[in-house]
Design a protein around this ligand. Structure first.
Ligand SMILES: [Zn+2]
Length: 136
């Protein structure tokens, strides 16, 4: 699945490579797979706890990976203390919630500077998804 992520395109769109951008790319792709949804239409994405940078960078990753965009109005963000991503497939009624694992969240919160952030972003692309997200 990691082959399908077009990181270059994502960085071009977003402006820099950061872990939250990558998390958005991975989360969206995983969610669509899990609920059998296709990009762009007939899905809805709700993002909690990603209101300020750098966490809000997640939203750009999610728009790219799910095709749900602010322009189409099928992605929305809500204030919350912790990050939670909810994706629903309007065609089959399936939905999934993704949270970021605590250990990784602690690491994200301790990041300092661009170099460290880029390094973690690249590492995230290589590790298995169950070490990143909890699905419910
Ligand atoms: Zn960013």
């Amino acid at each position: 699945m990691q082959k399908t992520i077009n990181l270059k395109k994502a960085v071009e769109f977003h402006g820099h490579l950061g872990p939250y951008l990558v998390l958005g790319l991975l989360a969206g792709e995983l969610a669509l797979e899990e609920i059998g949804a296709h990009k762009y239409f007939d899905l809805k994405v709700l993002v909690y706890g990603a209101n300020a940078r750098p966490k809000s960078c997640l939203i750009d990753g999610l728009q790219l990976s799910t095709g749900a965009t602010y322009g189409k109005g099928n992605i929305q963000k809500y204030r919350a203390k912790t990050i939670k991503i909810l994706v629903s497939n309007k065609k089959n009624g399936k939905r999934i919630t993704l949270t970021i694992n605590k250990q990784l969240m602690n690491r994200l919160n301790r990041l300092k500077g661009h170099a460290e952030s880029e390094l973690l972003a690249k590492q995230l692309l290589k590790i298995s998804r169950d070490r990143i997200f909890t699905l419910s």
